[in-house]
Design a protein around this ligand. Structure first.
Ligand code: SAM
Length: 250
């Protein structure tokens, strides 16, 4: 049976434009009682199994948090770092700005714990913490409207292969959540990458997003002079770095 015949059978049985339904899962937010500075936002699993539990109605499991839970002393100035890695930026930023309450995020447990240990050592746990989980779902399901002062997103995974582009985090639906949770007024989104093509795609998404304006296009300096772990490495290698600042206004 030749491949073209196979295709015909596939086309008959599986319409090409069949909508793909992504299941919604219960995800719980909890403090790590053993690791200082770590908060988990992870799938609820069937007991004794790694299988996540699907929500009954296939709607997101909304579970809005009170920011006082993470930062009891916060002053309403909360910022979020997307994909903190080893936490180099978060650490320096939190030490420099005790008046800003910054939540780092990592879906990789090893890096989340690593970064949190650095926050403990640096004694900045009063105004910083690590979320272990997917920041997109955390924003969507846990963060109330108009509560965040700024976003930092530095050197996100570029997913360079075309078939993997769908995994990129800087997507319009991600920005919809960013815009929703940012406070009214002019709010900053700091962006940086070494990946030229992802950078162009991302800037195009910002350009097309209502309410967002790229005010420093590829000319921004490291935020407050603080370089991330990846940035230090890439600069040493002589790679080009693209940093921009985007203003969200509502
Ligand atoms: C290339 S690293 C950059 C880390 C750091 N920002 C730096 O510049 O050194 C990107 C990080 O984002 C994390 N990440 C990717 N997608 C994420 C998501 N949806 N939620 C939370 N973390 C994510 C990855 O685990 C990875 O550690």
């Amino acid at each position: 049976m030749g491949p073209s015949h196979m295709n015909n059978i596939e086309n008959e049985n599986m319409p090409m434009n069949k909508e793909k339904v992504v299941p919604e899962f219960y995800r719980d937010f909890r403090k790590d009682e053993e690791r200082l500075g770590v908060w988990h936002f992870t799938h609820r699993h069937l007991q004794g199994s790694k299988k996540p539990i699907q929500t009954e109605n296939n709607q997101p499991h909304k579970n809005k948090i009170d920011w006082k839970t993470i930062f009891p002393n916060h002053n309403d100035h909360i910022e979020i770092e997307v994909g903190s890695g080893k936490g180099g930026f978060l650490l320096e930023y939190a030490a420099k700005h005790p008046e800003i309450f910054t939540l780092g995020s990592e879906w990789d447990a090893t890096w989340a714990y690593f970064a949190a240990r650095r926050l403990v050592k640096k004694k900045v746990l009063d105004n910083s913490a690590m979320l272990r989980g997917d920041i997109y779902y955390f924003l969507r399901d846990c963060v109330s409207d108009n509560t965040i002062g700024a976003f930092h997103m530095y050197f996100p995974d570029p997913w360079p292969k075309e078939r993997h582009h769908k995994n990129r985090l800087l997507r319009p639906d991600f920005l919809t959540e960013v815009a929703r949770v940012l406070k009214p007024g002019k709010r900053l989104f700091y962006w940086g990458t070494d990946h030229a093509e992802y950078n162009e795609v991302a800037l195009d998404i910002f350009d097309k997003f209502t309410g967002a304006t790229v005010t420093q296009r590829n000319i921004a300096e490291p935020t407050e002079g603080i370089m991330t772990n990846f940035e230090k490495k890439y600069r040493k290698e002589g790679r080009p770095i693209y940093r921009s600042v985007i203003v969200f206004e509502k």
